[in-house]
Every structure is written in C-alpha cells, then in structure tokens.
Design a protein around this ligand. Structure first.
Ligand code: HEM
Length: 394
C-alpha cells in the first residue's frame, strides 16, 4: 500500500515489532499516543491507534473499521481465516456470534464455577506442595487446556498440539516478519485439523464443537463455516488466558503490598483481575480495514487503510488512567480494552474471568509471598506474557 495522498496524520518510523519493542512496548506506545490520535507507521504503511479514545472509536464503528477484510496485518493470513466470527461484520457476524457465544454466556459459564474452582483448588494444592514451580507450565496451562479442550469436545489425538497452534495463530496476526512467516505452516495444520478431525462423530456428544454442527443442520450457519468457527474456540481461548495468569503471578510477585491487599480482602479479586488485564493486555493488538474515510479527532484516516488497534497501549493511556504504569488492585478499571469493545468484544470473557478469579482466589488462601526465579517472556508479535515463570512460594 502506498501512503495515501490526503494523509494529514503525524508519521512515525517507530517499529512496534522489533524484539526490543515487543519486550518493552510502553515507551514506544507513549511516543505514539503523544504524536496523535492516529499515527502513520511509515515502516508498515498502516495507522497506529494507541489512545484509549481512538481505540474505542474504531472498535465500536464496524461500518467504517471493518473486520470482514481480516483483522491480521498481512494479506495471506487474512485470506485463511475469512468468514469466522472474528473476521466478519454486520448480519454475517451476528449470525456466527449468536451460535459461538451460546456456551459462553454468563449463565452457561456460571454453571462451570464449581468444576473450575475444584480444578483450581486441586492444582494449587499440588504446586504449592512443591514449594517451587513454573507458573507458566505447571499452573497457567492447566485450566485453559483441560477445560477448553474438554468443553470443545476435541478428540484426544491432536490436543497436545493445541498450544503450538494457538501461539502460531496469534503470531500470524502480525505484519509479515520472520515470526509470522514461520508460523504459517503451523496455522495451516490447525485449520486442516479443524476440517478433518473436528467432525461430527469424532467430537464429544453435547460439546461446543457438536453444537456448531447442530447449528449448521438447522441452517443457522453454513456447513463450510463450521471448521473456521472451531478455530474461534481453539485459537483465542488458550494462550490469552494462560498469559493473563502468568502476568498476574508476575505482577503480584513484584508488588507484595498489592498481594497483601487481595489476601486481606478477597472482594478485591474482580478489580485485581481487571487491573492485571489493563496493565498487561494478553492480546496487545489486532487491526481493522477502513471502508470509508474517518476523522479521528482531527486526523483523517482515508478509506482503504489498515489501522492497528493497540489494546495494550490504550490501557496505559494517561488521558484515561491517572499514573497508568502503577499497578493498583483497587483501581477497578472496568473500561480497559484487553477484551476489546464494541461488536467484537471477547465472547470468552466470562470464562476467562472465571478461570483467573478461581486461580487467584485459591492462591490468595494458600500463598503469602511469590519469589521470582528464572523468567522468560514470550517473544511474540501479538501476545504478551511468559513462557517460563519460576516461583518459590511461602
Ligand atoms: C484473558 C483471556 C482473553 C483475552 C485477553 C481475550 C481478548 C480478546 C479480544 C481483545 C478480542 C476482540 C477482537 C477484536 O477486537 O477484533 C476477543 C475476541 C474473541 N475472543 Fe477472546 N480473549 C480471551 C479469552 C477468550 C476465551 C476463553 C475464548 C473462548 C472460549 C475467547 C474467544 C473469543 C472469540 C471467539 C472472539 C471473537 C469475537 C467476535 O469477533 O465477535 N476469548 N478476545
């Protein structure tokens, strides 16, 4: 894409996808927020939206900022996922979302509370007993992986690839860099699995996956849409929640005063969950395609542009949150953008919150302090969190 001739936006040669920027995105985000409500990234020829107000404006206005041209920052990947819930608009999106959301509505998720709390208790008992453990592999993986693959009803074989697929899927959302390109074959494997293995008869009876096939039988969605809709469950439900849990442990290890507040008053846990998601949004950014011109607070975004919506940057906007880099479990920032907003707001958010709340509650009853050992941040185009987070607990 060449720079639009009507461009009035501030420009920046900042690259948010270098290793250094991915590991520490906050100074770069602040630079972009200060530069304007929409900033032309010359390296990628896309707009960056980093202010809370700009991200909200774009996400709420799907008739300008479309998802149906794909939400990835590269064309090959936008072709692969065309037609799933994430990458659709208007009536098509409503029809898909109505079906995919059924088992994820608040009431359906409430019914899972007892089971998830029990799993969380057993898991935390096990790891706390060890004294030292890896909060990524030993703690954060368990609930999303066991609960989600059970509920989706996937056959046993292939399940162990879920984490590899989910991570690749998110890397492919980024611009065409080395990380994106090397993830393409892995995503292809995931989409093939969804088409060849996640079939009626192979899925668990009564599972979410089966319900998609039932919806196709009733004509609520097309039969061809079912495999990409399976990806709606298999892709965004794992690493997101896993990374959110690792970030929670990391933040509490570094801020024992905030952990004490939660331990003393467990009613703060929902607010603490929001604050963790605000500080360390597990999905840092997706994108939109503009189907018409838009005036973003005085900056013209022309039609046929791609705009990257940085949820992670919006969450640290000093225009919205005083002292935004301070972790404060009493803040309750329930307008954070970690789940997005508008018509595509995360439909797994009740489940994600339940998994996080259950784990933090049970940790708060059993752990006084987390001491950090070896840690390794995921070097990932889109996701933020830890692949290794060794802790010793007392
Ligand atoms: C902490 C965990 C999670 C985070 C941070 C997260 C984040 C997000 C975000 C930012 C979006 C908006 C995408 C957009 O603006 O285009 C989204 C959408 C979505 N999420 Fe989540 N998610 C999480 C967990 C889950 C879970 C557990 C599931 C499913 C079981 C899920 C399923 C989906 C689906 C299907 C969409 C697409 C909705 C639509 O396009 O209408 N997510 N998520």
């Amino acid at each position: 894409m060449t720079a639009p001739t009507t461009l009035k936006a501030p420009e920046s040669d900042y690259d948010p996808y270098t290793d250094a920027a991915l590991l520490n995105p906050w100074p770069g985000y602040r630079e972009l927020r200060d530069a304007g409500p929409a900033v032309w990234l010359s390296k990628y020829e896309m707009f960056a939206l980093t202010r809370h107000a700009s991200v909200g404006d774009a996400l709420r206005d799907w008739s300008t900022f479309a998802s149906s041209y794909g939400v990835m920052m590269n064309d090959p990947m936008n072709q692969v996922l065309r037609g799933n819930t994430l990458c659709s608009d208007g009536a098509d999106h409503d029809a898909l979302r109505r079906v995919v959301i059924k088992p994820l509505r608040p009431q359906a998720v409430t019914e899972l509370t007892a089971e998830i709390s029990r799993e969380a208790d057993e898991l935390v008992d096990r790891v706390v007993e060890q004294g030292s453990f890896d909060a990524a592999a030993d703690l954060a993986h368990h609930l999303p992986l066991t609960i989600v693959s059970e509920l989706v009803g996937l056959p046993e074989e292939g399940r162990e690839r879920l984490l590899v697929w989910a991570s690749a899927l998110f890397n492919c959302i980024g611009p065409l860099n080395e990380r994106t390109i090397s993830a393409f074959p892995v995503v292809r494997e995931m989409v093939d699995y969804a088409s060849t293995e996640a079939l009626r008869g192979r899925l668990k009876p009564g599972s979410w996956g089966e319900a998609l096939h039932d919806a196709a039988d009733r004509g609520e969605v097309s039969r061809e849409a079912v495999p990409v809709m399976m990806v709606d469950y298999m892709g965004p439900s794992l690493d997101t929640t896993i990374f959110a849990i690792t970030s929670a442990v990391w933040l509490f290890a570094q801020h024992p005063d905030q952990w004490d507040l939660v331990r003393e008053n467990p009613k703060l846990i929902p607010s603490a969950v929001n604050e963790v998601l605000r500080m360390e949004a597990p999905i840092q950014d997706f994108s939109r395609y503009t189907v018409k011109e838009f005036d973003m607070d005085g900056v013209t975004i022309p039609a046929d542009s791609r705009a990257i919506v940085f949820y992670g940057a919006a969450n640290r906007d000093e225009r919205e949150y005083p002292d935004p880099d301070r972790f404060d479990v009493r803040r309750n920032p329930n307008n954070h953008m970690a789940f997005g907003t508008g018509p595509h707001v995360c439909l797994g958010l009740y489940l994600a919150r339940l998994e996080m709340t259950s784990l933090i509650s049970t940790l708060a009853r059993r752990v006084r302090r987390f001491e950090l050992g070896d840690t390794e941040r995921a070097l990932h185009n889109i996701l933020r969190g830890f692949t290794k987070l060794e802790v010793t607990v007392s």
